[in-house]
Each structure stands twice: as C-alpha cells, then as structure tokens.
Design a protein around this ligand. Structure first.
Ligand SMILES: *Cc1c(COP(=O)(O)O)cnc(C)c1O
Length: 478
C-alpha cells in the first residue's frame, strides 16, 4: 500500500515509536486503535468547522434523486473501503443535501439550533454504547436522565414528584402521553383545536380513538383554544351520553406561537374531571425565561406536558421529553413485568426506563441533556431563549415599519406571521422558494384560517438582526 493510501486509511506513515498494539483490531469488525483515533479526530474537525463556518454556507441544499443515488448508491460493498473517502462522501453528499436547521437564517418550520455540548454528550453515549432501559443494566445513564429531567422540571416550574421519560421527539412523546392518560382515566372524548399539531390526530388514530371521540374545537380570533369553547363541546357531548376525558392544549402552536388558555383549561379540567395534556413541543422551553414564563401561565398545571429539547433547547436530534404529573402513571401503562415484581424492584429512585414508554432497548438521551446543563448552566440557556423572543419582536418591528408588509400575528414565542400587500398565495410561495433556492434563507409559507401567510421562527440565538433584515429585504425585492 502506498504511503498516501495508508494516510487515507487513517494509518500513520511512521510507526516505530508506537506501541505494538496500535495496529491490533480494536472494534468489533477490525479497525485498529490508530485508525480509530485518526478517523475520530477527522470527524471532530469536520463538525467544529461546521459550527464555525456553517453560517457562511447555504441554508438548504437538494440535488436530484439521481445525483444522490449516483454518489451514495452502487452495489453492496464487498471488500473493505477507504474509511476517510467514505466519510468524505457522507459529509459532501449526505450531510450537505439537507436543510441546516442550525443555520442562523433557517426560519422555516421549527429550526434545530443544536449546541456542541449536546453533540459531545451524544457522541459519548454512542461511543460507550450507553443503554438506559433497566436500572440494573444502566443505573448511571438512568441517573443522568433522571437528574437532567429534574433540572428541566425545576426550570419549567413543574411540581416536584412529576415523572418523565425522554423519547425521540414530540410525536412519540404526545402518543406516549395519550396512551398513558387513557390507561389512567379510561377511554373517552379528546378535545383539541384546529391549530393542534397534526401528530396528535395521528397519535389518536394509532391509539384506536374512534372518530367520535376526537373533537376538533374551533379557536378564537387569536387562534387559541379557550375554556369556553371546550366547555360548550363538553356539555354537548355529555348530553349525548359521551364521556369527555382529555383536553389537548397547545403551548405554542407551530403555526403562530399562540398559547391556548392554559389556566382556564386547567380550571375546566379540574371542574369536569378531565386530563389536561399540554403539547409544548416547540414552545414550552420558553418558560425558562421570565417573558416566556409569563406567556405560558398555567403550563405548570398540566397533567402531562411534552417538549422537544431538539427544537428550542439546543439539543441535536433526536430528543423529546414527556412529563407526567402523577407518579406511577407511566409505569402502570407500560410496565411489562408482573405487578408484584414491579413493586419489589422499581422505586422512585431505581427507575427502569424501559417501563416508562413503548421503548425497551433505548439509548441514553439523558447524557446530552445533562451535559448541556452542566457545560452552559441555566443562565446561559435562559439568556439564549430571551434573545430568540427578542429576535421575533425585532422582525415584527421591521414589518410594522414598512407599509407594504402586514403583520398577521404578532411575535409570540419566537414566531411572527405576516403577508405582503398585493401578493397572491402563488407569489408568496414563489418568493419563499426563490429565497431557499438561492441558499440565503428559509422560511415557511403557510395558511392561517384559510388565508396565505408567511412565517418566521427565530429560535436560534446566533441569528443576527441583519440576518432578519436581509431576509425580509430579499423576500420583498427578490
Ligand atoms: C414539532 C411539533 C410536534 C412534533 O414533534 P416531533 O419532534 O417533530 O415529532 C408536535 N407538536 C408541536 C406543537 C410541534 O411544534
């Protein structure tokens, strides 16, 4: 093998001073220690470069399916390949052709502004193949998960005793919450709104809720679910002999950032003996800072609450978090050991996370969350979230200052929606597509109560005021 080829394989050209073990197979399939180090360092360098220079690149990229297949496809590899060349292909093709949710000018849907400590926690857990299923099989990772969720619970102001589990995201956390809630209180009608995230309807369907038990209640003029509207629907259903059971409120709708009347809905839930589930997948982390906490009043009264640290809590994909106020509800719904054994072996401290959801073998998502809290501290997180709230307010000010823009919904939890006078829905879509095609910025073109709307979601603290101004200028002028 040539020296060049040796280097590409990650092997050193000089080996005299190294221990003889450097080239013994070290992983399950034969990479040696020296290769592992070099390849690993290469990965670290690429990722740090991505953090440092990603903002100079395009926000989104997409080659044709044919081009992607040509670069990534081919016959099943038979012989070992050059690892560096393969990793280079992953970086240049697979990891380039995507929306960079961590780019400061990614304003579309819900961005994913990940933090490096989160990445490091993920890498460590993956490298050690950490498992967080049973207490005996992983008490360390389980404790990291318990502690990280406890810190998060405290920062959100949720009551002590609240239990939780980390899952893949909002969709699975909502599904898990609703399955556990139904197990706890029995089947019946679920009340949601026309602004509820689509994953909830899908979860209810997958859980076998009959259509008659899914009530979509209209929102008010600020696109919020109100206690009055739910009360009316509940009364109507009771008169028809149906059994109202669940209120599904949203703390930060994905469309506009609107927060349902959480306090009113919590009062109603108490009065009518209903389970209050709050979907705060993107919005709930705002409760870490004072302005967000004020906007999310009542959040702490939820029977179950979902939030996505991979959205507004600076974690790499994937991690969703489910909190359930009443201890034991998750275990009773999901334990797959006989009750008498669960009583003997499971306790509030020695938690079998395999008993808290449908996941049995599960990686430790708690490590990256724990590490993020330890590395940056809560004050840094709170400041980052405050900044994001202010960025949406800045965007709203710019829009208000130009008579051609029209704000539809004001800055709410980092989201502002707007339109431009004279633009059709088609114009709007075309402008957004052109901006993305140029690679400068992505935003969302959506519909609000049937009317076309543009939407910016500003949850990346690295976004600058000029990123926002530049995006609006190009959108208008492009
Ligand atoms: C993003 C989102 C979801 C879905 O979460 P995933 O992590 O994408 O599964 C659910 N509800 C709301 C309000 C969301 O913003």
């Amino acid at each position: 093998m040539s020296e060049h080829a040796e280097q590409r394989l990650g092997r050193p050209s000089h080996t005299e001073s190294e221990p003889a073990t450097a080239h013994e197979p070290t992983d399950a399939l034969g990479l040696d220690t020296e290769q592992m180090r070099r390849l690993g360092y290469w990965v670290v360098d690429r990722v740090v470069e991505h953090f440092k220079h990603g903002a100079e690149g395009r926000v989104v990229d997409a080659s044709s399916p044919g081009e992607l297949r040509a670069a990534l496809g081919g016959p099943v590899p038979d012989a070992p390949g050059d690892p560096l060349e393969a990793m280079q292909t992953l970086v240049e093709v697979a990891l380039t052709n995507m929306q960079h949710g961590d780019h400061p000018r990614c304003f579309a849907r819900v961005p994913g502004p990940s933090s490096y400590a989160g990445v490091l926690g993920e890498w460590l857990g993956t490298g050690f193949n950490a498992i967080a299923s049973s207490w005996d099989g992983g008490s360390g990772p389980a404790t990291a998960e318990l502690v990280a969720m406890d810190w998060l619970r405290e920062l959100l102001g949720l009551p002590t005793g609240t239990e939780g589990v980390l899952l893949s995201g909002g969709s699975l956390s909502n599904l898990t919450a609703l399955a556990a809630a139904r197990e706890a209180v029995g089947p019946g009608v679920a009340y949601l709104s026309d602004q509820t995230h689509a994953s909830i309807g899908r979860a209810l369907g997958a859980l076998g809720f009959p259509g008659a038990d899914v009530r979509v209640v209209p929102t008010d003029e600020r696109l919020r679910l109100t206690a009055e509207a739910v009360l009316e629907a509940v009364g109507h259903d009771r008169r028809r002999g149906l059994v109202p059971r669940f209120i599904i409120a949203t703390a930060g709708t994905t469309n506009t950032g609107a927060v349902d009347d959480l306090d009113g809905l919590a009062d109603l839930a108490v009065a009518e003996h209903l389970w209050l589930h709050v979907d705060g997948a993107y919005g709930a982390p705002a409760a870490l800072c004072p302005a967000g906490r004020a906007a999310l009043g009542g959040l702490q009264r939820a029977d179950s609450l979902v939030l996505d640290p991979h959205k507004w809590l600076y974690q790499p994909y994937d991690i969703g978090c489910l909190f359930v106020r009443r201890p034991g509800v998750l275990t009773r719904a999901f334990s797959i050991r006989p009750e008498y054994l669960a009583d003997v072996r499971s306790s509030a401290v020695e938690v079998h996370f395999g008993d808290r959801s449908l996941e049995l073998t599960r990686r430790s998502r708690g490590l990256k969350l724990w590490l993020m809290f330890r590395v940056y501290g809560a004050a840094r997180l709170q400041a980052a979230i405050s900044r994001c709230l202010a960025l949406a307010e800045y965007a709203e000010q710019l829009l208000e200052a130009d008579a051609d823009w029209e704000v539809i919904t004001p800055a709410q939890l980092g989201i502002v929606t707007f339109t431009r006078r004279g633009w059709s829905a088609e114009d709007q879509r075309a402008r957004v597509a052109a901006l993305a095609a140029g690679g400068y910025a992505t935003l969302t073109s959506t519909r609000l109560q049937g009317l076309p709307a543009l939407r910016l979601c500003t949850i990346n603290p690295r976004t600058t005021e000029s990123d926002i101004a530049g995006t609006l200028e190009r959108l208008a002028g492009g």
